[in-house]
Ligand binder design. Sequence first.
Ligand code: SAM
Length: 314
Amino acid sequence: MLIHENYFFLKKNFGILNMNQYQEINISASTLYIVPTPIGNLGDITYRSLSVLQGVDIIAAENTRNTGFLLQHFAINAKLFTFHNYNEKQRTKILLEQLQNGKSIALVSDAGTPLINDSGYHLVRICHECSIRIVPLPGACAAITALSASGLPSNRFCYEGFIPAKRKARLDFLQYLAKESRTMIFYESTHRLLESLADMVIVWGSLRYIVLARELTKTWETIYGAPVAKLISWIHEDKMRCRGEISLIVKGYQEQKNVLYPKYLRTLSLLLEELPLKKAVSMVAKLHSVKKNIMYRCALDLQKKRNLAHFHRK
Ligand code: SAM
């Protein structure tokens, strides 16, 4: 649908737009616009984004072919300029010159919000240093879209980007986040998803709750949450479930007081060999933040078993 058809459709059906509002978005000279684009569904582009893309002198795009298709869909003719992670520093110089010469530039990525695991950081930083005006537009972002549907706490969260591809780096990364109490957002590639989930079981345990958000805004959109071990089994039931673009939302760490992990019992058992029961119980309770009465019962059980074993040996 062309922009004007879209406009008339909205006006007719919802009466929410005023043509002047739509047309009167003035593009300022010497300004960098940061323009999000859809992460799947083209209907998610905003009117302001379309106006800016139509009005600027240059569109700096990660992939001019992909952005070309998007612009073509909305019948926008624009001057495209390649701007990718691998040429960002060198291309920033050219864009900065253009901005200083009065040109307006829109920065777009392949999908979603530029700079969120996409190029643009260097350009934005230099614009700050050179006092170039930056106008960010709100819009699609896979991380925020996934979080909003995850059912996990969204009042405090952290975005951690892509999980490292190499095993050692991945295990270190997961270990570093093991006690992160905020909801965590990750991007993951379809090829590594199962390996990463298996490592999460090793580092965080099989019960950590994870929401898989796949192909958001597209035909095969899937949102499924479960403890990580169950999530792995669910994927094994149908390998299509790990195909496409994937974001993971992970429940933050919660200290589980009064849960008896095997390591607590092991500490207790070792201490009981050296200390009187009451002292051993009090130390384990302090060490692992578990209630004393629970450890006390375990200590009595352990002692009973030991006494029995001792009796049978005699
Ligand atoms: N700048 C983008 C944004 O704002 O979301 C992210 C770019 S990053 C290079 C691409 C990754 O985002 C994908 O590998 C995937 O992990 C995630 N992603 C992108 N589109 C998605 C979608 N439709 N559903 C779920 N995750 C998506």
